[in-house]
Design a protein around this ligand. Structure first.
Ligand SMILES: *Cc1c(COP(=O)(O)O)cnc(C)c1O
Length: 380
C-alpha cells in the first residue's frame, strides 16, 4: 500500500479542543480573515485595475514604507521587489550580486538552493559551501576571497534559526534568505546588505513576489554587475537587478504583479506596525514557540528535533515523535479534523510534525494544537 493510502483512524477531536483556525502550514500559510475581508472591500476599486496607475502604485508604496518602518531600515537601504518569489531572487543574486566568489551556509533544503544556483553559473567560480547536519547550523568563516556570504535566517525545512551578523573582519556583501523569518524574527538590518524574502510566510500574503532590503553597497554592486555587458556577463532582462531597482523606486514591478498579493502584504505589514512593529510580532512568535517547545519538552512521546534550544526557530517548530507514535498518522487525523499542513518537510524523512508559528497564528491556537495532538495520540 502506498504511503498516501494509509488508513486514517476515525478519531473525532472534541470541537471545544480545536484551534480557532486550522492552518499551521509553513507556506502558503495562514492569512488573517480581516485581511481577506479588506481585499473584498476593494474588489471593484483596486482589484482588476492597472498596476501603472496610482491606486496600485500607492499600495506598493505602502508595502515599501511599512516594511522600512517595521525593520527600522538604516539610512540608504531600499526595498526592492519583483515577481517570481525567492526562487527567482536566487537567480537574480547569482547573476547580479555575486562578483566572482561566494560562501554559503547550508543546513537544509532551502539554504542549499542559492549555492546550487551559483555552482551552475559558468561565469562564477565554485562557491565555498559550509554545511552542517539537519537540526544544527554552520558558522560563516571570514575569507578575503569571498565577495558575498549567503546566509539563511530561518531554515524552514528543519526549524533551525540562525543569528544574523557580518562574519568578523569580512568585506563581502551579506545576503540573507529571510523568506520564513522576515516579520517574525528580530534582525539588525545593518548586519546585512541584502535581506530578501517572499510574502507567503510571516507576512501572511500569497506567493509569487520577492522583496529585498538592499544596502547602498548592495545597490552599487547590483547596478554595476547588471549593467556590465562589457565584462561578458549577459543578464536576462527579467533577472536584471537594475531594472528591478528602477521599477521599485517608482513603486512598480518590471512586469505585472498579483495585486491581491500586494494588498494582503500591505495589510499584514500595517497590522504588525499598528500593534507595535517587529518587536511585537517577534514576541508573539516567541510566545507560540514557548507553548510548542514547552509542551514537547514535557511530553512522553514528543521531543524538539533541534537539540540546542538556542537554535530552535520561533516561527517553524519541528517536533520528533518516538517510534511508538506514527507522526504521519497523527497529521492525517488532524487533517481530517480541519487542522492542516502539520506534515514534516518531505525530504527530511523524519517521524515528526512541523508547525508554523508565524505572526498570524494565534499563540493560543498553538497551545490548542498541542492539546489536540495529545488527544489524538491517546486515542490511537
Ligand atoms: C519558502 C522558502 C523559500 C522559497 O520561496 P519561494 O517564494 O517559493 O521561491 C526559500 N527560502 C526559504 C527559507 C523558504 O522558507
Amino acid at each position: 500500500m502506498a504511503e498516501g493510502d494509509k488508513q486514517v483512524p476515525n478519531i473525532q477531536i472534541p470541537v471545544e479542543m480545536l484551534s480557532s483556525d486550522g492552518r499551521f502550514g509553513c507556506g502558503p500559510s495562514k492569512i488573517r480573515k480581516e485581511a481577506i475581508e479588506a481585499l473584498g472591500e476593494v474588489s471593484s476599486t483596486y482589484m482588476g485595475t492597472s498596476h501603472r496607475q496610482p491606486t496600485v502604485k500607492n499600495m506598493v508604496g505602502r508595502v515599501r514604507d511599512g516594511l522600512s518602518q517595521m525593520f527600522g531600515a538604516p539610512e540608504g537601504y531600499e526595498v526592492v521587489l519583483g515577481n517570481g518569489g525567492t526562487t527567482a531572487f536566487w537567480e537574480i543574486a547569482t547573476c547580479c550580486l555575486v562578483e566572482s566568489h561566494s560562501q554559503h551556509l547550508v543546513f537544509g533544503e532551502f539554504s542549499s538552493k542559492f549555492a546550487s544556483s551559483v555552482s551552475a553559473a559558468p561565469f562564477l567560480s565554485d562557491p565555498q559551501v559550509i554545511k552542517s547536519d539537519p537540526g544544527t547550523r554552520p558558522v560563516a568563516v571570514s575569507d578575503p576571497s569571498v565577495d558575498l556570504y549567503g546566509l539563511t535566517h530561518n531554515e524552514t525545512s528543519t526549524g533551525v534559526a540562525a543569528p544574523i551578523a557580518r562574519p568578523e573582519g569580512s568585506s563581502g556583501l551579506v545576503a540573507v534568505d529571510a523568506t520564513s523569518a522576515a516579520g517574525g524574527i528580530r534582525v539588525d538590518l545593518g548586519e546585512t546588505d541584502i535581506y530578501y524574502f517572499a510574502p507567503q510566510k510571516c507576512l501572511a500574503s500569497d506567493g509569487g513576489l520577492w522583496l529585498a532590503f538592499m544596502s547602498p553597497a548592495a545597490i552599487e554592486r547590483g547596478v554595476r554587475l547588471s549593467k556590465s555587458a562589457s565584462d561578458g556577463r549577459w543578464v536576462p532582462e527579467f533577472l536584471n537587478l537594475s531594472v528591478a531597482i528602477d521599477n521599485s523606486r517608482l513603486n512598480q514591478t518590471y512586469n505585472t504583479p498579483a495585486l491581491a498579493t500586494i494588498m494582503l502584504l500591505a495589510n499584514q505589514v500595517e497590522w504588525i506596525n499598528s500593534n507595535g512593529g517587529l518587536e511585537w510580532s517577534a514576541s508573539r512568535c516567541d510566545t507560540s514557540a514557548a507553548n510548542l517547545y514547552g509542551w514537547a519538552d514535557k511530553s512522553e512521546f514528543a521531543t524538539p528535533f533541534v537539540a540546542d534550544p538556542a537554535d530552535r526557530s520561533p516561527v517553524v517548530g519541528t517536533i520528533d515523535f518516538d517510534d511508538s507514535v506514527d507522526a504521519a498518522v497523527v497529521a492525517k487525523v488532524l487533517r481530517a479534523n480541519g487542522i492542516v499542513d502539520t506534515e514534516p518537510y518531505r525530504k527530511l524523512g523524519r517521524n515528526q510534525l512541523r508547525i508554523a508559528m508565524f505572526p498570524a497564528v494565534e499563540p493560543s491556537d498553538v497551545e490548542a494544537l498541542t492539546g489536540c495532538i495529545d488527544y489524538v495520540v491517546s486515542k490511537l
